[in-house]
Design a protein. Structure first.
Length: 216
């Protein structure tokens, strides 16, 4: 479709002119360790590239480099990544991609070769607010205050990484939430394998349950 041309939509017995959008260009496919494809689902999404250039994601899908910071605090984004070599696909040029939506927080995208999943690292949050209060000493308990969070829904191998826990999925709906005193992983649908980054223990969390990895 061409920008600026209106299409005619019949509304009952009336006619309304609806401006058409700009059609999405054909993007290069995601490339493992190099680039992903993203598209705006709703709201406002701000992308900061590794070069530190920032832009607000518009109606057109974008092909962006791995390592970019994506802020979905006020929006929702669809992310498509190439399968990792360890995920059982012989070639990253395969048509199939890992596809998930993320919303409610900021994150960076990584694809380390040692991990059979696309890594989504939670970003942002004011860690300075996590200091223990004077009356808590000598116990020095950290406050149970939310620092940052990220909601996710999709299919494919993804790992969301918080301060004290990492959740690996193969298609589900889950929440990763960093508190001052730990990281919570809450599962709405499917099954999630959660690594406690403090104790190095792994827990399997099913729908309707959660796991809290406590800060040391």
């Amino acid at each position: 479709m061409v920008a600026g041309i209106a299409c005619v939509v019949m509304l009952g017995t009336g006619v309304a002119l609806v401006p058409t959008g700009v059609a999405n260009p054909v993007l290069p496919p995601p490339s493992f360790g190099h680039a992903i494809d993203i598209g705006l689902v709703s709201g406002t999404v701000i992308v900061t590239l590794p070069s530190r250039r920032s832009f607000t994601l518009g109606p057109q899908d974008r092909h962006i480099p791995i390592g970019s910071l994506i802020d979905t605090t006020h929006g929702r984004v669809d992310l498509r990544a190439a399968p990792t070599p360890k995920s059982g696909h012989a070639s990253t040029s395969a048509v199939r991609v890992e596809d998930a939506q993320f919303y409610g927080g900021a994150f960076r995208v990584r694809q380390p070769r040692a991990l059979p999943a696309t890594q989504i690292q939670l970003a942002g949050g004011q860690s300075a607010s996590c200091r223990a209060s004077a009356q808590d000493r000598p116990a020095a308990r950290l406050p149970h205050r939310v620092l940052r969070l990220l909601n996710a829904s999709g299919s494919g191998r993804f790992q969301t990484v918080g301060r004290y826990a990492a959740a690996t999925v193969r298609g589900t709906i889950w929440l990763t939430e960093d508190f001052c005193d730990g990281t919570m992983v809450r599962v709405t649908r499917g099954v999630v394998s959660v690594l406690d980054r403090v104790t190095r223990a792994t827990a399997v969390v099913t729908a309707g349950h959660s796991f809290f990895a406590r800060a040391p």
